[in-house]
Design a protein. Structure first.
Length: 263
């Protein structure tokens, strides 16, 4: 199984699971506050549905070797979804995300290997595996936003966490807010489980992860891989931090939450 194959398989599993849940939501469920600030559950589904349409449009443009229509298409898609009722967003999400996953699945082995997709916000086109992984990152985090509306102990699925941990492109410098450090620098040794990994978080400008560990660190952080993914995405609040998370020294969770304030 290729890298792209594995990520697409996780997208399928994630879609089927969330679509099954959403199909059973009532109007009150869709109106619940989600894990995303200021969005109810239906608005998270709207974001996932509109994102699915945009990803699909970019993927089709690459397959057809045509130019992406541009930012006007994105805005038209967002406007359409913003105007929907809560029920329309839920139903629309199921349809749009199924269409996107099926489109990834329809790509043959050669296309999965050779195709390059212009994502619009990256310096150069990316392969299918990277495109699918970018979608999986968005999907997994916002699936958690939905799930946590009903279960405060919700986690990102283990297969998504395995596919996303240390995945490219590395967006840590973009999401990490070095200004929150107020000039301080530190080196944190991080150990994850499920899957297991050991790496170094360098709190400096820019914030980065390195795999050649320094002999000494200013602190340690131990946590599940899914909790690490939620931390850097601004979703490891005190209320939603597992008991298994331990931090010592400069690995102050309050500071880390300010550095990774969410996106």
């Amino acid at each position: 199984m290729s890298n792209a194959d594995a990520v697409i398989a996780v997208l399928r599993t994630g879609h089927d699971s969330l679509a099954e849940s959403v199909s059973g939501f009532g109007d009150d469920d869709l109106a619940r506050p989600s894990g995303a600030a200021e969005w109810d559950v239906s608005q998270v589904l709207s974001h996932l549905g509109s994102g699915a349409e945009i990803f699909a449009a970019r993927l089709r443009a690459a397959v057809d070797d045509t130019e992406y229509p541009g930012p006007d298409l994105n805005q038209n898609i967002w406007d359409k979804w913003n105007a929907m009722s809560r029920r329309e967003r839920a139903d629309g999400f199921i349809k749009a995300d199924e269409s996107l996953v099926a489109l990834y699945e329809s790509l043959d082995a050669a296309t999965r290997d050779k195709l390059r997709i212009d994502m619009g916000f990256l310096p150069e086109p990316v392969d299918v595996a990277t495109s699918a992984r970018l979608r999986l990152s968005e999907f997994a985090l916002h699936s958690w936003d939905v799930a946590v509306a009903f279960d405060e102990h919700a986690t990102i699925s283990s297969d998504a966490a395995a596919a996303l941990l240390h995945a490219k492109p590395d967006m840590l410098a973009w999401v990490g807010r070095a200004d929150a450090l107020e000039g301080r620098t530190s080196v944190i040794h991080v150990t994850t489980s499920g899957p297991g990994s050991v790496f170094e978080l360098r709190l400096q400008a820019p914030v980065s992860v390195e795999f050649d560990l320094s002999e000494k660190s200013d602190g340690t952080l131990r946590l599940p891989a899914e909790a690490w993914l939620r931390l850097v995405a601004g979703r490891l609040t005190e209320r939603h931090t597992p008991d298994s998370v331990t931090a010592t020294g400069a690995a102050d969770l309050g500071l880390l939450r300010r550095v990774f304030a969410g996106y």
